[in-house]
Design a binder for this molecule. Structure first.
Ligand SMILES: [Zn+2]
Length: 508
């Protein structure tokens, strides 16, 4: 619901539903619901034909060199029946597979949820593979900015999704994640997502509800795309992923992205320490086990890399201290607000005729008096580590509450907040996301680690715990794009991004 009014959220109805209750209401009850899960499976595009052509051309070239001709002559083997085995591709024993990456986002899985003793299967995967202490989300620590950062390797000021809802002053249009007119408008989504890069490299990709648009401005799309729908059981998602994995060689995706929101919804509704979060965590963990077991049954654990990530954490907001913006700005100041972006960190744009300097000073004075409550930034004073200043879509004034505080105009003190929330400083412990990986990539990393340990060389960034889990130091989620590029062997196709050059070289 775009907010053009001059008031900050007052009632639960006014607040952004995603930020209050995750994606609970955004699809099932929404007239603008994106098309249904069942009816939207797309067909492979012409890229498949392109690949077939390329493969055929490669074989003609091999035949010309005589290498393949000799192989065929002396083995009696027909290259047309099973050409891929001659290219040295890995096999699960019965079929050739290309190296495959499956990236799964469990929305709102706070890094330290994994220490609750409720996720034995995710931890078992991390023991075979690896995990990070945590993965640092971009600022603001919201779902859509972070899912697009994971896809593009870009900070919000570069990828343009600066909040779940925001005003674009150039186009003079509001973005809202829950309105298909903006959520699927490619013009909002800057940068190149990993599925676009992969498609450029001739790779078949599949997108199961990952937050973001089906197409970018260049017209690129994933080969398969299943749009967001609420409350789709994990079993259905598992079956869809496996259906893709079981496709014939030429149609099978090599990059699969999948999204699950239930844990975030539970965290918003009942809080991060609730039984509902713990129960949902157990279900998510079971999904991780089922996914791994299904790949193991296909003898694919040495071929498919599974990367589990989340977008941000969750903090308890059941008893927040309220900061009354109306008391700080006064009636005139409140009325002068033209646009508010985001929540709980709020971007403010005042009417062109308003005394913005006066209103900004009022906010600054209030934050100086109580620096433990909230901070006020302009583009000039925004902390550099947020990478959140250099874009027109970022409101000129941003009010960023500290953990434990919320911005409100509610004079009654009647708490309209959900019991859990995120969107705070991305260095806060409770905002940290998770990273667990298993597959050939993680096995290689582990072997390297052991070799380094044996040779007594420095193992910077690593430490092994008593239970033999290899734990990476916390890293930023903008590194994920380059990881997937590297795993797919298409780094030379990678778009410019905010990942650290060479970051994965020490591991891969
Ligand atoms: Zn989220």
């Amino acid at each position: 619901m775009p907010k053009h009014s001059a008031t900050l959220p007052v009632t639960s109805k006014d607040l952004d539903p995603e930020e209050r209750q995750a994606l609970l209401h955004n699809a099932d009850d929404d007239a603008e619901d994106i098309a249904s899960f069942e009816s939207t499976e797309s067909q492979p595009r012409s890229s498949t034909r392109r690949r077939i052509t390329i493969t055929a051309a490669a074989f003609i070239a091999l035949l010309i060199t005589g290498t393949l001709a000799r192989t065929v002559l002396f083995s009696g083997f027909s290259p047309l029946k099973d050409p891929v085995s001659l290219l040295g591709l890995p096999s699960n024993g019965t079929e050739a597979f290309k190296r495959t990456v499956l990236i799964v986002s469990i929305d709102g899985l706070r890094a330290d949820y994994l220490d609750r003793g409720l996720t034995p299967h995710l931890l078992a995967l991390s023991k075979k593979g690896l995990r990070a202490k945590s993965m640092k989300p971009i600022f603001p620590t919201l779902t859509f900015p972070n899912h697009w950062a994971l896809m593009t390797g870009l900070h919000a000021e570069s990828h343009g999704i600066v909040a779940n809802n925001f005003w674009d002053p150039v186009e003079k249009v509001e973005f809202h994640y829950n309105q298909i007119s903006s959520a699927w408008n490619p013009a909002f989504w800057l940068g190149e997502p990993m599925w676009e890069t992969a498609e450029k490299a001739g790779i078949v990709t599949a997108n199961l509800m990952w937050p973001g648009p089906p197409k970018t401005t260049s017209g690129a799309s994933s080969t398969y795309f299943i749009p967001w729908k609420n409350k789709v059981p994990l079993k259905v998602k598992l079956d869809q992923v496996l259906q893709w994995i079981d496709l014939p060689f030429e149609k099978r995706p090599q990059l699969i992205m999948a999204y699950e929101p239930s844990l975030d919804q539970a965290g918003h509704w009942k809080g991060p320490n609730s039984k509902l979060v713990n129960d949902t965590l157990v279900k998510v963990d079971k999904f991780a086990k089922d996914l791994h077991d299904s790949l193991a049954a296909r003898n694919l654990t040495d071929i498919v890399d599974i990367v589990f990530v989340s977008d941000h954490g969750m903090t308890d907001t059941s008893h927040p201290t309220q900061v009354f913006i109306n008391e700080i700005l006064g009636y005139d100041g409140l009325k002068a607000i033209e646009h508010e972006d985001g929540w709980p960190s709020v971007g403010l744009r005042f009417h062109s005729g308003a005394n913005t300097t006066k209103h900004l000073n009022a906010l600054l004075e209030a934050s100086y008096e109580n620096p433990e409550r909230f901070a006020v930034y302009t583009h000039e004073t925004m902390p550099e580590r947020y990478h959140f200043a250099n874009h027109d879509r970022i409101a000129p004034i941003y009010v960023v509450p500290k953990i434990g505080y919320v911005l409100t105009t509610n004079p009654d003190g009647d708490d309209p907040m959900s019991k859990g929330n995120h969107g705070y400083d991305n260095e806060e412990r409770s905002m940290q996301a998770m990273f667990v990986a298993h597959g050939p990539f993680s096995t290689d990393v582990k072997a390297q680690h052991q070799n380094r340990a044996l040779s007594s060389r420095a193992t910077t960034g690593w430490h092994s715990t008593a239970d033999d889990t290899y734990v990476m130091e916390t890293f930023q989620n903008v590194e994920i794009y380059n990881l997937v590029m590297k795993l797919l062997g298409i780094s030379h196709y990678a778009a410019n991004n905010n990942g650290t050059t060479g970051f994965w070289d020490q591991y891969l």
